[in-house]
Design a protein around this ligand. Structure first.
Ligand SMILES: *Cc1c(COP(=O)(O)O)cnc(C)c1O
Length: 379
């Protein structure tokens, strides 16, 4: 028997209620019944994104939605600043490059998030920058960027702010309208508790002006088509009907729990995990750690593939390895979505037992003890 507990920071665990909603027989998408579902999904997404802007659902993973946003605002005269501190932010620089969008890629040391100072420095020096692209939660390093402060700077300079919120929306505080984010992107398989396959993009009035001012090199990912279809609660092309139904159910569960409660739960799980790892002599990788997931440095003496294989085969816990130059050095565990205190305590216990058996030195029992003390203090 193998009971798989998916602790990767995407895809994340899917609640049985969502699986059941997806297993129901489905209707054609050009029907009142499906339009009603899409209308509900859109309304609930606005709550999760904390916006009044249209939330457009695209069939495709998160990268598709980000590409739609970048290409949509990247006019021939645009110049983008991309702050790169990991695998995902580097991807957005590559998208700009491939579409011929002028760009400045600001390299951060991995483990740090983008700050307002960094962005303000560039915008002060180079008046031709009109777009800033930030990865809020950089999933490859588990570092967080200060999007709220950065949004103040982009407003002052009349720049558009495009945010990859793929592992922040629905996990940590993100307030699109209040903060002034112009384009915000998320996808189904992270905090939204739905299997992979849907991207979501919200675009405010400021960004629409740019988007409508030129014709982007896109067809399937042309945002105007999605907005026009949404006027009649429709999608321009055949949507992934089952996933939309699953997302509808997941969003109801998010609404029932309340977004502030979810932010709080995610933070507690992250704090408990960080305390537990430090208590067993492991280092948290990020210098600006995000609460959506945690990246942990493995000691030199522990073989990373063996560690993750044992964690999976012996205990059923699936965690992610490192990406890029962090491959073999770190492992990453999820706190987003359908994960609770007891799931997390179980994982911490399994990590501790395994590392003890693999010869790592620490005081046995310190990990769960530190986690429990955080959970009881913040209950
Ligand atoms: C998962 C993720 C993505 C999107 O990846 P897809 O595989 O295209 O869904 C983008 N950015 C971040 C920060 C992510 O965590």
């Amino acid at each position: 028997m193998q009971k798989i507990k998916l602790f990767t920071p995407g895809p994340t665990m899917v609640p049985p209620e969502v699986t059941v909603a997806m297993a129901e027989p489905f209707d054609h998408h050009r029907t009142q019944a499906h339009r009603k579902i899409l209308q509900n999904v859109t309304r609930k997404l606005q709550y999760v994104f904390q916006t009044k802007a249209d939330c457009l659902v695209i069939t495709g993973s998160g990268t598709a939605a980000m590409e739609a946003g970048i290409v949509g605002v990247g006019s021939p005269s645009s110049k983008a600043l991309v702050v790169c501190g990991g695998k995902f932010s580097e991807r957005w620089a590559k998208v700009c490059h491939n579409f011929g969008i002028k760009l400045i890629a600001h390299e951060l040391e991995w483990g740090y998030g983008a700050t307002a100072e960094t962005v303000a420095g560039h915008l002060g020096r180079d008046k031709s920058i009109d777009t800033v692209i930030i990865t809020h939660s950089e999933t490859s390093t588990a570092a967080v960027s200060d999007v709220e402060a950065i949004a103040k700077i982009t407003r002052e300079h009349d720049c558009l702010l495009v945010v990859d919120g793929i592992t922040s929306v629905g996990a940590i505080p993100v307030k699109m309208d209040e903060w002034g984010i112009d384009v915000l992107v998320c996808s189904s398989q992270k905090a939204l508790m739905t299997p992979p396959g849907l991207g979501v993009i919200a675009v405010n009035e400021r960004a629409w002006k740019r988007i409508q001012s030129f014709s982007p090199p896109a067809y399937y990912l042309r945002l105007q088509s999605y907005v026009e279809a949404l006027q009649s609660n429709d999608s321009p092309y055949t949507p992934a009907i089952t996933l939309v139904k699953g997302l509808n159910q997941a969003l109801s569960m998010i609404e029932d729990e309340g977004i502030e409660n979810i932010w709080r739960r995610t933070r507690r799980l992250a704090e408990a995990t960080r305390a537990a790892m430090q208590a067993i002599n492991l280092e948290v990788f990020a210098k600006h750690p995000v609460d959506s997931l945690t990246a942990i440095v493995l000691p030199e003496s522990i073989d990373e593939p063996t560690f993750r294989r044992n964690l999976r085969e012996r205990f059923g816990y699936v965690v992610a390895g490192g990406q890029g130059h962090l491959k073999g050095r770190i492992f990453r565990v999820n706190h987003m979505g359908y994960v609770d205190e007891s799931d997390t305590l179980g994982l911490i216990g399994a990590i501790e037992l395994l590392l003890h058996e693999m010869g790592h030195k620490f005081h046995l029992g310190n990990g769960p003890k530190a986690a429990i003390s955080v959970l009881s203090r913040t209950a």
